[in-house]
Design a protein around this ligand. Structure first.
Ligand SMILES: [Cu+2]
Length: 440
């Protein structure tokens, strides 16, 4: 079986930045495994209309071979956990609420969660919970109205869900543990089915243990394209960038991941033997049972226990698409070109993104086009929100784009670092360059 604790195959120096280009084609045979899975995600939008079906088929085959027997052999006996909600169908949990495979034509995606070692910036590597081994998770590109089926497999020792942030869907697909579904247990597969709507910049994240899971890596972009896009009439952009804004407390993350890697093994062992003690491990049928257990002290809720880190998260690294400056990837632009930049704030903090040398147009918020786009050079980005801007290439050079909250452009308190990247013109000869430069 593949080592669940660390995906050692992953090249952490590989670029995690995703620039979505409509005309790009994908050749399944030549893709690396990692590019392959991204190909599946990206390939169902406009990217790989010809190769899409075969890419999906092959990727699914790979995923199944990686985890063959995993659920049945090791965790088969824990299916009783699903007795009071959801249904086990074909080894996967299928909640009601959306049409079946025969009723609509689904675009189908496989996504898993595993723990990988991820390099934020040279010298700083930490283990992170990562969708398909990527930080951030793979970027979805679909059209408004597409039916989407996501087979989510949990390859960690911790529980998770996926919440589809900003998508209007049946409540059974909303991915909130204890409210709309049981958490997805180790080894289980949960199937989310929904129609992609409304259009715009949306995203997804885990809704279990959100300070660690959603904030630290379990997040990704969910871009719902519209076939006749009004914005393109005014802002005829060709290139489309997604910037996920992130903040990490790497000490908190290390401590929590270590706890997951070591502590959950005992829980899984009890599950496998069918001896899981609900009161000890925090699973209850309803609020009354939970309250009774707490009042009788049969169950000590996590919030009643002291934490070694004092329950404080002190963000010490800040980033864009999984990287802190100078490891952040530059944004490419050419003279006379419009580019679209989608900002998604996954960090839980507020950011004030400022672009040097240009004004830009703020055109959408939370996926919805603004009736009156505004010209800005600093945009206030709130936790959970998405903000789309259009930049016109009319001032050749190298221009920083960064959080103006100065503590967020540091690495472990040292400037420069963090949430900073460079808008770089690709079609001009610099008249002057600094003698030292570290960014890429
Ligand atoms: Cu999670």
């Amino acid at each position: 079986m593949k080592d669940k604790s660390l995906d050692s195959d992953r090249d952490v120096s590989e670029d995690v930045y995703t620039a979505y280009e409509e005309e790009e084609s994908i050749e399944p045979e030549t893709l690396s495994r990692r590019g392959f899975l991204r190909g599946v995600i990206a390939g169902t939008g406009t990217v790989a209309l010809t190769a899409g079906a075969s890419v999906i088929a092959k990727a699914k085959e790979i995923d199944h071979s990686l985890h063959a027997g995993h659920q049945k052999d090791k965790y088969g006996s824990m299916m009783f956990m699903q007795d009071h909600s959801g249904h086990m169908m074909g080894g996967a949990i299928e909640p009601p609420g959306s049409p079946s495979d025969s009723e609509v034509n689904y675009r189908e995606f496989d996504i898993d969660i595993r723990i990988v070692e991820h390099e934020i910036v040279p010298g700083i590597k930490i283990h992170m919970l990562a969708f398909n081994g990527q930080v951030p998770g793979p970027e979805f590109h679909v059209y408004e109205g597409d039916w989407v089926k996501v087979n989510f497999t949990n390859n960690t020792e911790e529980m998770h869900t996926i919440h589809w942030h900003g998508i209007v869907l049946p409540y059974t697909m909303d991915g909130v543990p204890m409210v709309t579904q049981d958490p997805v247990h180790p080894g289980q597969t949960f199937v989310y089915r929904f129609q992609a709507k409304p259009s715009g910049t949306r995203w997804y994240h885990c809704h279990w243990g959100t300070p660690l899971h959603a904030s630290h890596a379990m997040h990704g972009a969910f871009i719902v394209h519209r076939k006749n896009e009004q914005l393109k009439k005014h802002f005829p952009y060709a290139r489309d960038y997604t910037l996920m804004l992130e903040a990490w407390d790497i000490d908190f993350a290390r401590e929590e991941i270590n706890e997951i890697l070591h502590g959950m093994k005992e829980v899984n062992s009890l599950m496998a033997k069918g001896k899981l003690d609900y009161k000890t491990h925090g699973f209850f049928k309803d609020y009354k049972e939970f309250k009774t257990a707490v009042d009788s002290k049969e169950y000590i809720a996590p919030y009643l226990q002291s934490r070694s880190n004092g329950m404080h998260i002190n963000h010490n690294f800040f980033g864009i698409n999984g990287k802190s400056y100078p490891a952040t990837k530059r944004i490419g632009i050419k003279q006379g070109e419009w580019i679209r930049v989608r900002l998604i704030n996954a960090s839980g903090l507020s950011h004030h993104m400022h672009l040097h040398g240009h004004d830009f147009w703020w055109v959408a918020q939370d996926g919805n086009d603004l009736p009156d786009p505004r010209k800005l050079n600093t945009i206030h980005v709130e936790p959970g929100g998405t903000y789309d801007i259009m930049i016109y290439g009319d001032n050749p050079g190298f221009w920083t784009f960064h959080d103006h909250k100065t503590t967020h452009v540091t690495n472990n308190g040292i400037y420069p670092g963090g949430m900073l990247t460079v808008l770089a013109y690709e079609d001009f000869e610099p008249t002057y360059m600094p003698t030292v430069s570290v960014d890429q």
